[in-house]
Design a protein around this ligand. Structure first.
Ligand code: NAD
Ligand code: MN
Length: 358
């Protein structure tokens, strides 16, 4: 029997609601499979921890999770604490030191779910967005001076390194190569941003030579939003900077029917550190505590976690269970126009995992 150690970090708001649902589903999956088990350690880091200790996670927090096989994360974001404090104090405080430089965000229209784009189905909208997750606009470089004076000034410097761009580009080409269409779109803004984005384009051209079987094209990010809405069928795999892909992937999530179903993997592809899996959405203050958060984004993230552990049959079984449940409108939460609760959806997915036909 294989044992996987999972670090569960629910964080704030609906993060806590969806991560506990995700752990229940993973445990059901292990029970159904029988060849592996999960040992789950829970970490109470986040906004409430901050209120008690003045920091989002303990000083030796990274050491506490360094040897886990994977991290399941909820959300960082608390109504009483500024967002840049919660984000940098927890989510980025894990992603950056663990060098989770590849942020992977699949988008599909799942069975039973209607895209806001008319007539689009899972065959016309089946994308993976690869987001550079370690540098760029979110490198944290910059500063503020003369606060409180009329001369106040501030900078956020987007920092791109050649190794950083090369490795995400190679990752994206490799991923595109594994998908049936072998098609990659490289997104930049290399008309207005004439230094780093031009380097990004040049590196794309260089890396493309290593992947002659992958077709690739280039797009400016503003035009890319239009293409996603007007010609979704023309897109397969996408690679973009930290900021650009952050925005594009929220749009992608909305086009797939709801922010509540979209998953993310923050990968350290070399496996020197644990990778982290989380729904795309945040703490959702407007619905927290109501028991109606859609847990599908977390379940789909759990599929990516299973794939990362190379438990591919179990990953497929979970994805099939998810699709069986989304196909039934009785299990749609309010964000999908239904009236199901988080618990209803969780119970239905667990039933589907146990079911003989899944
Ligand atoms: P959000 O994702 O929390 O919510 C946006 C909207 O989508 C809300 O109306 C919300 O109700 C809805 N929504 C999101 N997830 C849902 C789900 N699972 N089921 C049903 N509806 C869902 O984004 P926001 O409002 O911009 O941010 C709220 C807080 O979360 C902020 O503090 C922000 O910094 C934080 N945040 C954290 C992360 C992260 O930790 N990865 C990501 C995004 C936002
Ligand atoms: Mn985001």
């Amino acid at each position: 029997m294989k044992t996987y150690k999972i670090a569960a970090i629910p964080g704030d708001g609906i993060g806590a609601e969806v991560v506990s649902a995700g752990i229940e589903v993973l445990q059901a999956l292990a029970k159904r499979d029988g060849s592996f088990e999960f040992l789950v350690d829970d970490f109470d880091w986040g906004g409430e921890y901050y209120k008690k200790h003045g920091r989002m996670m303990p000083g030796d927090g990274l050491d506490q999770i360094r040897n886990h096989d994977a991290i399941l994360f909820g959300s960082a974001g608390h109504p009483d604490i500024p967002d840049h404090v919660t984000l940098w104090g927890l989510r980025l405080a894990i992603c950056q030191p663990f060098d989770q430089y590849a942020n992977v965000r699949p988008t599909r229209v799942l069975p039973g779910i209607t895209s806001p784009l008319r007539k689009v189905n899972d065959k016309e909208l089946d994308w993976v967005i690869v987001r550079e997750n370690s540098e760029g606009e979110y490198a944290g470089v910059g500063g503020r001076v003369h606060q409180g004076s009329p001369l106040e000034a501030a900078t956020d410097v987007a920092m791109f390194t050649r190794p950083g761009v090369e490795r995400i580009m190679r990752f994206a080409f490799r991923l595109a190569q594994t998908r049936p269409r072998k098609l990659l779109t490289v997104v930049t803004k290399s008309n207005a941003q004439r230094h780093a984005m031009v380097m990004w384009d040049e590196i794309a051209t260089e890396i493309a030579r290593e992947f002659p079987d992958v077709t690739w094209d280039r797009m400016l990010v503003d035009a890319m939003t239009m293409r996603m809405v007007m010609r979704p069928q023309s897109i397969d795999t996408v690679v973009a900077t930290n900021l650009h892909a952050d925005i594009l992937s929220d749009l992608a999530a909305a086009l797939s029917g709801s922010l509540g179903i979209a998953p993310t993997a923050n990968l350290n592809p070399e496996r020197h550190y644990p990778s982290m899996f989380e729904p795309i959405h945040g703490s959702a203050f407007d619905i927290m505590g109501k028991g109606i958060a859609n847990p599908i984004g977390t379940f789909w993230s759990a599929v990516m976690l299973m794939e990362h552990l190379d438990e591919n049959p179990a990953a497929s079984r979970l994805m099939e269970a998810i699709e069986q449940v989304t196909a039934d409108p009785r299990f749609h939460t309010p964000d999908l126009g239904g009236s199901a609760t988080t618990d209803d959806v969780t119970a239905a997915v667990i039933d589907a995992i146990r079911g003989a036909n899944v």
